[in-house]
Design a protein around this ligand. Sequence first.
Ligand code: AMP
Length: 194
Amino acid sequence: MKSICVYCGSNFNGDPIVRAAIESLAQALTDQNITLIYGGGSVGVMGVIADEVLKRNGRVIGVIPQFLMDKEVGHQKLTEMIVTENMHERKQKMADLSDGFIVLPGGFGTLEEFFEVLTWLQLGLHGKAIGVLNVGGFYDPLFAQMDLMVEHRFLKPANRALVFNESNAFGLIDKMSKFDAIPDEVWFKDRNLT
Ligand code: AMP
């Protein structure tokens, strides 16, 4: 993988466990020469991951819509900043530029981006790996909800299995790099889409 998109919060609670996980992810990315693609913000977890990668001389590409840039929250020191017209264009660009996706702690925006790209994978619109860096069990309730969806037959087990759940950044990237896009015939049969 040459570039990974990180979805994460525009807020940060200062939790040292979260900070350590962000630092470790930055280290894992820079060790493997992987470019960070992210939302371009200077605030919250977004700002911290960008700074930590830059500190290690890594490459960081921000993708931010004009209206957020205008609110003066765009990071000023990135390797490259791409300014889009709107949120839809931003998310498409972030996905196009990335070979995989990692989810860090965040709020509504983070979950929206995560589930959009996961839905696209479920539909076979891309074949890129998606992993949750589940810091301190923060996302355990979300995975429990996914299991409940399977139990109630709103989610197929094969689709539930599409997302990696790891607490260690190096382990997560290792698993993601071995992720194989499933051939269409198997894809559609397993998922009963047609
Ligand atoms: P949340 O998880 O709700 O904090 O949302 C993270 C998402 O909020 C980002 O991906 C953006 O869509 C949006 N966002 C909020 N503030 C900023 C900011 N300062 N820079 C970039 N994106 C932001």
